[in-house]
Design a protein around this ligand. Structure first.
Ligand code: MN
Length: 488
């Protein structure tokens, strides 16, 4: 039996996104990545006795904006709580989080999952502070408190996700929302956006939730998908191997990590329950009260959201769902696309140029159009040259390569300066080439006359090949037609 036919996974995600505020959640220390260790700290970050937290308004504003973007209820009254645990990078021995009254109530995310529009529900989102970082050296470890106290928003989904693909689509949609709001930089290599996945598996049709395990700290969408798939398989196989056992004894709650090399989930500890954290109200902070006025003002300031932009790309530009999704999930790339559109109105061609021609060639380099610094206007110019038949599509491919080598160089200039890129439009120059190809391929001529259309395309292709794509395909077509049809 294929376990996939029998079992259904139930997945919920907890996503931690660092808010890109100027300062930390409870102190005036800079919220900045990459500085010398322990330079962005105040007494609050290192929990010196008597140091008191003061809430950062910018973090609250960004949390509210996120809540509004997902159509959530913004709680007019929310509070902070202490979550107790010991870890060397957390000098207070507790995290300040929101347990009893989170700032964001239930909301929802709509996004495209492989061409299908799906809705995911969010249980709540809350503010909390990040821990410091342990750094391991050859013979000692150090703690860098620069990250301690950086504002996080934790977004807790309902267990409404049913596949690894859905999970990554949901997470990508959330990441995009933060980018559109400019509320988080979402740089995954720098840990701005970290995902925990809760996974359980049950026989299809069963309504009760079985024990779940949590995979911590996934920092790429590819790993998220791989980890979820590996865990679904592990649980399914264990249930199949122990059909008589109580399911609670087959899969025990626990916290896991994902080992990408082994493609396996690995247990770190048996699950602690909420009680273990001894949550209690934070006495050093006053409740957050948010007025209806503030909420309305922020609602009016909301920019276009990725889901709206996606719909707009379908209706205004007739892009495919895949292309629209690829562009709109990346705010910077989508803005880039729109900038190119100010030069050429051929949206589909610009989209293909960005998502296929350049992406394909840049894939292995780790670069993008944006990191390379190719101006968006140049993409528009390149498309214009093709549309105006100044160059053929085939030559455009070479121009793309030159643009990658010379990111600042105007494609018009590239074409102008290279004689190989000048199109061949002189009929008297093309005609002898056509004659040559025809004389070399009598079989194709026969086939064409016998009604095989492919033979005609083959002959055109041979001439194009001989001119390295420079000949005007229209003229080649016309000439071959003239010669073959005249002979009939
Ligand atoms: Mn958390």
């Amino acid at each position: 039996m294929n376990p996939k036919d029998y079992f259904e996974p139930v997945i919920g995600l907890e996503i931690h996104a660092q808010l890109n505020t100027k300062t930390k959640l409870f102190s005036s220390a800079a919220n900045r990545f990459g500085d010398e260790p322990n330079t962005n700290i105040t007494e609050v970050c290192t929990a010196q006795p008597g140091a008191l937290p003061i809430l950062n308004k910018e973090a609250v504003t960004k949390a509210i904006l996120f809540g509004l973007a997902i159509g959530a209820k913004i709680n007019p009254y929310s509070t902070f709580d202490r979550k107790s645990y010991f870890y060397p990078d957390s000098p207070r021995n507790f995290q300040i989080t929101q347990f009893y009254n989170p700032i964001i109530g239930p909301g929802q995310i709509t996004t495209d999952v492989d061409g299908e529009k799906m809705l995911f529900t969010i249980e709540h989102a809350h503010l909390e502070d990040d821990a410091g970082m342990l750094k391991h050296f050859s013979n000692f470890a150090g703690v860098d408190f620069n990250r301690a106290g950086v504002p996080l928003i934790e977004i807790v989904s309902d267990p409404c996700i049913r596949s690894a693909r859905q999970a990554s689509s949901y997470a990508k949609a959330i990441k995009a929302i933060f980018q559109y709001l400019n509320a988080s930089d979402c740089n995954m290599e720098q840990g701005h956006f970290r995902m925990d996945a809760n996974i359980s598996v049950r026989p299809k049709g069963e309504t009760k939730l079985r024990n779940r395990i949590e995979i911590k700290n996934l920092n790429s969408f590819a790993f998220l998908e791989m980890a979820i798939d590996a865990e679904i398989e592990r649980q399914s196989e264990l249930y199949l191997a122990h059909p008589k056992k109580n399911p609670d004894d087959v899969i025990e709650q626990g916290t896991y990590r994902f080992d990408p090399a082994k493609k396996q989930t690995i247990m770190m500890r048996k699950k602690e329950s909420a009680d273990d954290y001894r949550y209690f109200p934070e006495p050093d902070l006053v409740p957050i009260k948010i007025s209806e006025d503030t909420i309305e003002k922020l609602r009016k300031s909301l920019p276009e959201m990725p889901a709206d932009r996606f719909e707009r790309y379908l209706s205004d530009f007739s892009l495919t769902k895949d292309s629209a999704s690829f562009l709109t999930l990346d705010k910077a790339l989508s803005d880039y696309f729109e900038k190119a559109l100010t030069v050429s109105q051929n949206a589909k061609a610009i989209c293909n140029m960005i998502t296929i021609e350049f992406s394909g060639k840049l894939k292995e380099t780790g670069q993008t159009l944006i990191t390379l610094g190719i101006p968006a206007e140049h993409i528009g110019k390149l498309v214009n040259m093709i549309d105006q038949k100044i160059i053929t599509g085939r030559i455009a491919k070479s121009v793309v390569e030159d643009m990658i080598q010379n990111p600042q160089k105007n494609p018009e200039k590239i074409v102008e300066e290279n004689p190989d890129y000048q199109p061949l439009e002189d009929t008297s120059q093309i005609e002898p080439l056509v004659d040559k190809i025809l004389s070399e391929n009598p079989k194709s001529i026969e086939d064409y006359k016998a009604g095989k259309k492919k033979a005609f395309a083959f002959l055109v292709g041979q001439v194009m090949k001989m001119t390295r794509g420079k000949a005007s395909p229209e003229i080649v077509n016309k000439l071959i037609h003239k010669k073959l049809d005249a002979n009939q």
